[in-house]
Design a protein around this ligand. Sequence first.
Ligand SMILES: C[S@@+](CC[C@H](N)C(=O)[O-])C[C@H]1O[C@@H](n2cnc3c(N)ncnc32)[C@H](O)[C@@H]1O
Length: 282
Amino acid sequence: MVEPNAPVLLVAEDGKRYLLQAQPGGAWFTHHGRLAWDDVIGRSFGCLVSTDKGQPFLVLRPTTADLIRHLKRTTQIVYPKDAAYLVMELDLWDGRRLIEAGTGSGGLTLAFARAVMPHGRVYSYENRPEHQRLARRNLEQLGLLPYVELKLRDIGEGFDERDVDAVFLDVREAGAFVPQAEAALADGGLFGSLQPTVNQVTALVAALQAGHFVDIRVEELLVRPWKPSAERLRPADRMIAHTGFLVLARKTDRRYRLWGADSRTRRRAVEFGEAEEEEEGA
Ligand SMILES: C[S@@+](CC[C@H](N)C(=O)[O-])C[C@H]1O[C@@H](n2cnc3c(N)ncnc32)[C@H](O)[C@@H]1O
């Protein structure tokens, strides 16, 4: 049932989608006419409503992916396909504590908050007040602020928290902030980052290898939409071909640089005397 002030996804006959809030006593004005929210509140999701000009709209419950796609934004957001995968790979569930930076418009924050609530926390860092203001508004509207601590700071200064379960960095040149992430993570904690270019990924991987990280992975997710016609089922003509590279790793209690390396890398390390470093740490 549509509750007062709930987010609602209205879908027009031509497929256009509008994410709105069902405000008691209020109305949505469009060139298709006026829709009174009191005619929508109390109805079940999946029903059809009409404006005063007779324009029909389907009333749907927005999913987390819909909320991200329709979020008011001034920054690039993490796409739902990447956000969903990150919730799995950063192992986020009720009670987990996670740091993310930067907050941006709060798109990823909302997916993380929904994963760790009600007992977990997202500590979200941002250095630009205007971005943080918008993210606060977005999260407040969705009732997610109780699960998020928004912090206004350049992450070069470090994080306040210690022993967190995961750190996610969506900032340029994330490689420069690996020491700060390492200091905040619990041993065994999970690290993730989204980087749009190969150059940034190279720098980040090098920084992780120089730190206390193993299991370093670089991945990319591609979603190819299909035209859902039973008679002419085929892929759509266009797709979003690139959003970003995902870099994932796990923190260890010290440096185990050669852990998981192939035998050639290990042989070369012995040859160049680098394996001794590892002995020291182990
Ligand atoms: C791409 S946006 C993040 C988008 C966000 N993940 C989302 O899904 O909505 C990157 C944000 O990081 C912030 N940022 C960049 N460098 C930073 C730093 N050193 N410390 C804190 N925030 C930073 C930027 O101001 C920007 O808002």
